[in-house]
Design a protein around this ligand. Structure first.
Ligand code: ADP
Ligand code: ZN
Length: 764
């Protein structure tokens, strides 16, 4: 048989690639073209992935219904990338494809675009406008002439439109004082035609720093920036795949290096893709790129409205931009021919998607570079152990920036041993004496402070002092975090009681005044979070302008940007927050960084906890003294002697790397080995652990890896489901993948109660 078969990915997570027949009289759809296919009783739009050999197929196939595109709708290298994601992360092709599609997916209806009404003169309108210009009274209020009577606004509108043959949009007319009603009236008279034009929703309208001057003066590069570019520019020009790690201390001017490289690559006619970790960070970096490259920059991140993201995606696809900046999912942007892919702050855990497909944006970026022959630059002041190991082994080249620009000093770091503070001031102490004094000094001098505590809420939990009962989430195996309850109108600053909230499933309830187990009136709040720090700072410095940034205060879209702008405008004296404030923000006027409980992360049963603590402390200390005045950091810790705290204070990355990598080697953890985490859920714990045993046993026995577990997951209950987990650990990712694939195919009943995480970032 002379079959012409095509494999099609449909954006349905549970489905694999589907095979269809292409009718003989049709051309074969190119990879990346959208095709409409029958699926059961439905018709679905999918993407052609490639041709299938007839010999591989043994059953009767349906015909595709329609081919929507002559050329690729999703670029071929992105299709290739989604297939890699699907294989590597053991996610279905449908799930991987969905990650690469714009909002509204494959729909080909143009009404997803925003349109405006455009008003232009008809011949009759033009005629009248011309007569008005020569004989103003002719069609005037007296109604003498052959035309109808026109009001002054209507005349004004006709005259305006006469000057713009292509017409003007209704909003533009409104800005010039012509109301919609006037337009309607002129339309009724047959003087104007109303058409529609597509406009792109522009996310830069609301961006931080969007008010930057159109062209910033080019600065003289530092010696280290020059050396970095001397190394990187030829690599970018070579047009071949290569990965370079830029390890540059905070404030060393990495962004300027990226900008110059991007410029060089654009001039050679290739695209630039830049990934950044956080939504809040994107506008700042994006605004810098916009200032340098103008309208050739598109931005893609989940903080945009669906409409904005949709429009940006299509702008990129139409080839209207050659620079794309965005968060994780922008790695799939339909940018043609990327020649440079930058992953800024490559250590940031927000690059890892925590739902299927559980991909890591940096690793996908590297694969995309491989498929398109691009230079991939990954940058950080605190690279992941994985990336640094690759740089030391020679797989990546290493570029180091050891000094801040203009020889600004690194912040001076002081560690406060909180055991001593507790001895002096009691267990309730939140702000050490040194930190209080330092904040007071900044307030006196009109400078800003930043206070980090990587824990939300007012208190960690409540505990009955009589019977030891705590308040637990009914759906998850965690205690409820205590938040200030602002629900009822609170008098003065006194909150209306306390509210417990689960940080996993959002279950909330009021905290009872008496224990529900033993009726004793001794419910005590244990530990503290950012809300408590805010209360302490406000109490200690009533005149200070204080703001708090954490997930509770930035729920609303745009509120983080608004708050950061307030900080930038110096309307805030003390900014308190979680790790959100530790990211790459550049606050030149901030000269003090305080860290409360630097060791919060160290108590977690996760082999990466030391690495994460080191990164967070180094990054947040790097926020101080980025302007002309030198900075100071005060780090409060109960375990100041821990190497992650000590070496972060010394800002000694290399020493930390050596120590940590030795630990990982001894314990056989990444980057020494690769890991895959499998969680099985169940209605009961037995159901979960039995399923995990069945799957783990089916996966056991291969070469190049071991199966560890099963055991209860650290969160044994989550959102009402019980959970058990096991790990695969070994040097051969391929062997682990194949063993798991086989095991999964033998236990199909488990597929719906399962999540597989390849290269998991967190063990919790
Ligand atoms: P990093 O990302 O390495 O932490 P940035 O790229 O944010 O550092 O740069 C830190 C600050 O230094 C920014 O305010 C930036 O505008 C400024 N800067 C960068 N390069 C230079 C230079 N060559 N001369 C003067 N200032 C510079
Ligand atoms: Zn819960």
């Amino acid at each position: 048989m002379n079959d012409r078969l095509v494999s099609v990915a449909v954006p349905v997570p549970a489905l694999g690639l589907l095979t269809y027949r292409v009718p003989p009289e049709w051309p074969m759809p190119v990879p990346g073209a959208r095709v409409v296919v029958p699926l059961g009783p439905r018709k679905l739009t999918g993407v052609a992935v490639g041709q299938v050999r007839a010999a591989d197929v043994s059953f009767t196939l349906k015909n595709i219904v329609q081919v929507l595109d002559d050329a690729a709708f999703v670029p071929a290298d992105v299709i290739q990338l989604t297939q890699w994601v699907s294989d590597y992360y053991l996610a279905g092709p449908g799930a991987a494809l969905s990650a690469a599609l714009p909002p509204y997916g494959l729909s080909h209806r143009v009404d997803r675009f925003k349109t405006v009404r455009v008003v232009s003169l008809t011949p009759a309108g033009l005629d009248t406008a011309e007569r008005l210009a020569t004989h103003p009274r002719c069609a005037g209020d007296d109604g003498q002439a052959d035309g109808p009577t026109l009001g002054s606004k209507q005349k004004q509108a006709l005259q305006l439109l006469k000057a713009v043959p292509d017409g003007m949009s209704v909003p533009d007319l409104a800005e010039r004082g012509i109301a919609a009603a006037t337009v309607t009236r002129l339309h009724g008279l047959g003087y104007v035609a109303i058409g529609h034009a597509r406009i792109d929703r522009d996310p830069f309208e609301h961006a931080v720093g969007a008010h930057l001057p159109a062209a910033l003066p080019l600065r003289a590069l530092t010696t280290e920036q020059l050396a970095a570019l001397e190394h990187l520019t030829p690599l970018a020009a070579a047009g071949a795949f290569h990965v370079a790690l830029v390890h540059g201390v905070t404030g060393s001017g990495k962004t300027e290096v990226y900008l110059r490289l991007a410029d060089a690559v654009r001039r050679r006619g290739r695209g630039v893709l830049m990934l950044v970790p956080e939504i809040a960070l994107t506008p700042q970096v994006a605004a810098l790129f916009r200032a340098r490259f103008g309208a050739a920059v598109a931005i893609q991140h989940s903080g945009l409205s669906d409409g904005e993201r949709h429009d940006q995606w299509h702008r990129i696809r139409r080839g209207e931009v050659d620079v794309v900046i965005g968060t994780r999912s922008a790695v799939f942007a339909p940018l043609a021919n990327p020649g440079l892919i930058i992953v800024d702050e490559e250590h940031d855990s927000s690059y890892k998607q925590d739902e299927t497909p559980r991909y890591h944006g940096r690793d996908v970026a590297i694969m995309r570079g491989k498929f398109t022959g691009a230079l991939v630059v990954i940058g950080s002041a605190t690279p992941t152990l994985e990336s640094y190991a690759n740089a030391l082994s020679g797989r990546y080249s290493l570029v180091t920036l050891n000094r801040r620009v203009l020889d600004r000093p690194m912040a001076e770091v002081q560690v406060v041993n909180m055991r001593e503070e507790i001895a002096a001031a009691g267990t309730e102490v939140v702000l050490s004496r040194a930190l209080r004094q330092a904040i007071a000094a900044r307030l006196d001098e009109g400078q800003q402070s930043l206070i980090l505590l990587n824990r939300r809420g007012f208190a960690n939990s409540v505990l009955c002092r009589q019977c030891g009962a705590s308040l637990e989430c009914p759906n998850c195996s965690v205690t409820l975090t205590v938040h200030t309850n602002h629900d009822r109108s609170s008098r003065g600053s006194e909150p209306a009681g306390w509210r417990g909230r689960c940080h996993y499933c959002n279950f909330t309830r009021l905290v009872p005044k008496v224990c529900e187990k033993c009726a004793a009136p001794y419910m005590e709040r244990i530990g503290f979070g950012t809300e408590r720090v805010e209360a302490e700072v406000r109490a200690a410095f009533p005149a200070a302008r204080v703001a708090r940034v954490d997930r509770d205060t930035v729920r609303r879209k745009g509120s983080l940007v608004a708050m950061l702008e307030q900080v930038a405008r110096r309307e805030i004296d003390v900014l308190i927050g979680t790790q959100m404030i530790a990211k790459g923000h550049d606050f030149p006027e901030c000269t003090l960084v305080g860290v409360i409980s630097a060791d919060v992360g160290l108590g977690l049963a996760d082999f990466r906890s030391a690495e994460r603590t080191f990164q967070l402390l180094t990054q947040v200390a790097g926020r101080a003294g980025r302007g002309e005045r030198p900075g100071q950091a005060i780090i409060q810790s109960l375990v100041p002697e821990h190497y992650s705290v000590r070496l972060a204070c010394d800002q000694d990355y290399r020493a930390f790397y050596e120590k940590e990598v030795a630990f990982r080697r001894a314990m056989r953890y990444p980057p020494q080995v690769a890991m895959v985490n499998v969680v099985v859920r169940g209605r009961t714990f037995n159901q979960a652990i039995d399923g995990a045993h069945e799957l783990a046993d089916a996966a056991r026995g291969g070469h190049g890896f071991v199966v560890v577990g099963p055991a209860p997951a650290p969160l044994t209950k989550l959102r009402g489901e019980h959970r058990a987990q096991f790990f695969l650990k070994g040097t051969s990712r391929k062997a682990m993948r194949e063993a798991l694939q086989l095991a999964l195919s033998r236990t199909p009943a488990l597929s719906k109660r399962l999540s597989v995480d390849v290269d998991p970032l967190t063990m919790l």
